[in-house]
Design a protein around this ligand. Structure first.
Ligand code: FAD
Length: 346
């Protein structure tokens, strides 16, 4: 049986919910299809000590401020899950889960969305599937020969799993720094980064990053000189645990190793260290599954796919709107996508 609706939103994380909020305000008929069995998107899978890099009020979706978390300036992931759970109930968003979308294909004037529990025909589709589900690992010589444990950020939970081990954490972004700080006290830690780590000033957090991304977007939109994106400020927000480990001298980064052997990491100057585990904090890639081009990339104008005006992509980062891969930043592109869809369908 095929159900019909104006819009199918694929993904019920923060981006899909923000889209739902704006579609509802514009009076469109829609469903949100989410592969998870409960609310919260990727936030329900983060490591135990994961903290937001902005205070609660600066981590809010449209139409509902995130309440502060008692005793924490920077809320934890469980707090975000609770907030998203409350958000979808409060706005009465029609989220169906667990429903995994397998394919989207053109079917005349409709887009046919096929799932593991039936099909939907929609007049427009918003892809909001996130990045967590597509971890990126670089190709490093010897990876396959290494007999110890290798895992990605997405598989990391707690330092207790690595107590006493010789662990190499790879990556100079927020995940690498937070996980290295987490492990610094109870493992033999080696933190490696491809260039010296760039900590943001201690008083800069996600608020300033959002302001910088917004100012840049405004300058580019108005044809003014590029003011520089958030990358110009640094790579690592010095959230309290990172700051403490850094100030205690526990976050000293080494250059990236050249290769792995069966039991060691080896650097190009011949230095060698025996290790038990490598944790690859090397990022994620967008995971849109719809109407992808040959290399996986879909050219967009704002959030709208250039080759398919009925398709919008949301939450994948600057590609689909400045800061759109953040809680506070996804509201505006979600609003723009909903407005464009409403105009198209009228
Ligand atoms: P997700 O949360 O991944 O939600 C996508 C949903 O789509 C999931 O529920 C998934 O199951 C579902 N889905 C995927 N494929 C399908 C399919 N085929 N069919 C049906 N459903 C599907 N942002 C901040 O604002 N502040 C922070 O401090 C912050 N810290 C971060 C720390 C880490 C380690 C990471 C990785 C990201 C962080 N972010 C932060 C960025 C961002 O807010 C999160 O990545 C956020 O989870 C992105 O939301 P999303 O809705 O785009 O994707």
């Amino acid at each position: 049986m095929t159900a019909t609706t104006d819009v199918v939103v694929i993904g019920g994380g923060q981006a899909g919910l923000a889209a739902g909020y704006h579609l509802r305000r514009l009076g469109l008929d829609f469903v949100v299809l989410d592969a998870q069995s409960r609310a919260g998107g990727a936030w329900q899978h983060g490591w135990d000590s994961l903290r937001l890099f902005s205070p609660a009020a600066y981590s809010s979706l449209p139409g509902r401020l995130m309440p502060p978390q008692t005793g924490q300036e920077y809320p934890d992931a469980d707090h975000v899950v609770d907030y998203l759970t409350d958000y979808e109930h409060r706005h009465d968003l029609p989220v169906h889960r667990p429903v995994r979308v397998n394919t989207v294909r053109r079917d005349g004037t409709w887009l046919r969305v096929e799932t593991d529990s039936g099909a939907w025909s929609a007049r427009a589709v918003v892809s909001a599937t996130g990045t967590w589900w597509r971890p990126f690992l670089p190709a490093v010589p010897g990876m396959n020969a290494f007999t110890g444990r290798q895992l990605h950020t997405a598989g990391y939970r707690s330092p207790a799993d690595f107590a006493g081990q010789r662990v190499v954490v790879v990556g100079g972004g927020n995940s690498g720094a937070q996980i290295a700080a987490d492990l610094a006290h109870n493992t033999e830690l080696t933190w490696v980064t491809s260039r010296p780590p760039r900590f943001l000033a201690d008083d800069i957090d996600g608020r300033a990053l959002f302001d910088t991304a917004t100012a840049r977007r405004r300058a580019l939109d108005e044809g003014r000189t590029d003011t520089g994106g958030v990358a110009s400020l640094g790579d690592i927000v010095a959230v309290p645990p990172v700051r403490e480990a850094r100030d205690a001298g526990l976050l000293k980064a080494q250059p990236m190793f050249a290769r792995l052997t069966s039991d060691s990491a080896e650097w190009s100057d011949g230095t060698r260290a025996r290790i038990d585990t490598v944790i690859w904090c090397t990022g994620f890639r967008p995971a849109p599954l719809v109407l992808r081009g040959p290399r996986g990339h879909i050219p967009t104008n704002g959030t709208r796919a250039v080759g398919e005006p009925r398709l919008h992509l949301l939450g994948y980062g600057d590609w689909t709107g400045p800061a759109s891969a953040t809680l506070i930043g996804v509201g505006r592109p979600a609003r723009d996508a909903a407005r464009e869809i409403a105009a198209l369908l009228r």
